[in-house]
Design a protein around this ligand. Structure first.
Ligand SMILES: [Zn+2]
Length: 294
């Protein structure tokens, strides 16, 4: 990627509060495969996270030096302690937020933008709105799933923010946010059983579990609870928390993504649960979903 000089600080981000537009100074513009990666001081663009790649990077438009360009993707970049080469996504050997690294939002565009220019940044709002809805629906599903499976634990394990055994956190393998929904893969292996999860007869019971989750989700959407992302600092890798007021209490989940402002904004949300490879897959879909209900 070439040397990147002068980037010692992590990018400041405004997407946790829901921003989709901003302007900022260009700090670097480095060649990427078939284009350039532009780094600015402060951005509304959400990048794909390299450690837990759940919500896709934003797309949109970047205007600088009199030229308007499409931002075709947005990635997480990192510069090692003491400076050096900009590493992207899977090339990064450190974990999200490790000390000493500069954590950067990299906007992928087709042309070089000279350093020092001011860039005007605009996120594709319609796509962002879909992903925010999908991400909120995904977190609500996780809490509703924990509730639906709570009776299947015969030992004490870590509880979620509503006091139920945190099946989601203990069994999740991957999560992919799509506009309006998500696809979450859960594995029920030996270690989960050892922790006290009773899997007997679960496969046959999955339609019942889905029904219970759907009832909970319908109640939570109807309650129209406020949703926010709580952020201790504007840095990209600050440990942010998704917080949602629900009839049962305050739901909280660590989260690096974007969300709607109220659960009522989701409209009807439902899940489909299918067994898969020693576990199951939950497809969550809502009004803006790109997962077509069957
Ligand atoms: Zn999240």
């Amino acid at each position: 990627m070439g040397e990147v000089v002068g980037i010692g600080e992590s990018t400041q981000v405004t997407f946790p509060a829901g921003d989709t537009a901003g302007r900022s100074r260009v700090l670097a513009s480095v060649p990427l495969d078939g284009g350039y990666g532009v780094v600015v001081a402060r951005t509304p663009f959400h990048p794909l996270d390299h450690t837990w790649p759940d919500q896709p990077g934003d797309i949109g438009v970047l205007r600088a030096d009199g030229v308007e360009m499409r931002v075709v993707d947005c990635l997480t970049g990192a510069v090692p302690p003491g400076g050096g080469e900009l590493l992207l996504g899977e090339e990064i050997p450190a974990r999200r937020g490790d000390e000493g690294w500069a954590w950067l939002v990299v906007h992928e565009v087709e042309r070089m933008v000279p350093e020092g220019n001011e860039a005007v940044l605009a996120v594709d709002e319609e796509r962002r709105a879909g992903l925010s809805a999908g991400h909120t629906a995904c977190h609500l599903m996780a809490l509703a799933l924990n509730a639906a499976l709570a009776e299947r634990w015969r030992k004490d394990v870590r509880a979620d923010s509503l006091g139920r055994p945190d099946f989601d956190q203990l069994a999740i393998v991957s999560s992919r946010i799509v506009p309006g929904g998500s696809r979450d893969v859960y594995r029920i292996g030996k270690s989960l059983r050892k922790k006290g999860f009773v899997a007997d007869g679960l496969e046959e019971e999955l339609p019942e579990v889905a029904k219970a989750v759907n009832e909970t989700l319908a109640g939570w959407v109807a309650a129209d609870g406020p949703v926010q992302v709580v952020s201790p600092s504007p840095a990209l890798t600050a440990r942010r928390t998704w917080r949602c007021e629900l009839p049962e209490g305050t739901g909280e989940i660590p989260c690096g993504g974007t969300h709607v402002q109220r659960t009522g904004a989701l409209g009807p949300v439902a899940v489909r649960i299918e067994p898969e490879d020693g576990g199951f897959v939950v497809e969550t879909y809502g009004a803006h979903s790109s997962i077509a209900p069957s």
